[in-house]
Design a binder for this molecule. Sequence first.
Ligand SMILES: NC(=O)c1ccc[n+]([C@@H]2O[C@H](COP(=O)([O-])OP(=O)(O)OC[C@H]3O[C@@H](n4cnc5c(N)ncnc54)[C@H](O)[C@@H]3O)[C@@H](O)[C@H]2O)c1
Length: 435
Amino acid sequence: MKISIIGTGYVGLVTGACLADLGNTVICADNNKNKITNLKKCIIPIYEPGLEELVKINVRKKRLCFTADIKEAVSKSQIIFIAVGTPSLSNGEADLTGVENVARNIALNMTGYRLIVEKSTVPVETGKWVKHTVSTFVKRNIDFDIASNPEFLREGQAINDFMHPDRIVIGAESKKARELMAALYKPLNAPLVITDIKSAELIKHASNSFLANKISFINAISRICEKVGADVMEVAFGMGMDKRIGPGFLSAGIGYGGSCFPKDVDAFIDIAQKLGCDFDLLKAVREVNESQKNMFLKKIKDMLWIIKDKTIGVLGLSFKPDTDDIRNAPSIDIIRMLQAEGAKIKAYDPSAMEKAAKALDKVKFCKDPYEACKGSDCLLIATEWDEFKELDFTRIKKMLKRPFIIDGRNIYDPAAMKKLGFMYAGIGRRAVTKK
Ligand SMILES: NC(=O)c1ccc[n+]([C@@H]2O[C@H](COP(=O)([O-])OP(=O)(O)OC[C@H]3O[C@@H](n4cnc5c(N)ncnc54)[C@H](O)[C@@H]3O)[C@@H](O)[C@H]2O)c1
């Protein structure tokens, strides 16, 4: 099939490369000319395992190309995905300027029937507005359909998630649209959830909000564990064995971040409110997530007492492992909070330092975890990269000014840390006797 993807970010580029790899002819378009110039040279703007090779192979086979000309993309394709960003406005509402802009551009450049697919995460009823916009600007007598096909890929394992999804959600109004979408995804042999557009839009917001809910729930449990000397990892393990609950998203820590959960929770709260359904439960999810960072700061103070003029080593900057994405990463907020109290920060991350350097001031970025420990008054773990699980702690103990580790991702065993001579605090872990 001939496909266009408008918006060549994490989702657009992965979607484009994967659909090309399935044998379709794909044009990835973006209004960021610099990004397109680089992509034409196969310079990939993000770190995503396997993506560069997938792009190169499909460009070489002439199944994938890039353009900054939306008109070209629209005129040459039958199915057009909208995959632009939908960031939060200051009131939490989703900013749909990009979606509207692309819908109008598609309408103005359509030369025949097109299936226009919402791939971006959007509030319920966006499909109605996309349809209204296209109808307003399209030349008369050109037929089109709208579909919703939300994306569930996770950064860091995006290609595998796209190629082996748990389910593919397709919201459509016409038989033609449903059949086109089902045929496009047939090679993946994945379960299809075929529904109306509004339900498809809601499946995405409800899924992300539910996962955020699980994280905030276990973080709330971790606070109770700390009060009574129980261990949240054992509680989560016991809960997760129940098939009705499942083990995923039950890791206590410094909270969720990234470009999706915080904004999608905000947008879902906002749209629910506008529809007259106050979503108090979700507001509490957001509140727990925000306060988790303050709880972490308190743990640091409980160990260091005074923050001013202390040097703090931070391991991990990306919002989760295997990505260089620092959007809404808890690490960035925590570093800013520590700096506001007068701390000096030394940080290391396997892939996110370049992006973090643009977001943070006065941070010393280190060549490896050990350099971040050297001369620091304590060590923080902010992202659970595998690399941090296998460190030489004898070396680290010698390098730190004080043997203090505050583990925001519970990657170490408190008893083992104590045995190594560290004063260690995790999140909701059984208390370790102070030295
Ligand atoms: N990143 C994820 O893990 C993920 C997962 C599932 C869903 N989503 C959703 O997918 C959407 C895209 O997310 P992303 O992370 O890929 O965003 P992104 O910021 O990485 O990419 C968006 C791209 O759209 C381009 N763009 C913006 N306005 C445009 C316009 N008018 N015309 C052409 N191009 C335009 C930008 O230049 C950018 O390259 C969002 O709604 C997001 O919530 C993201």
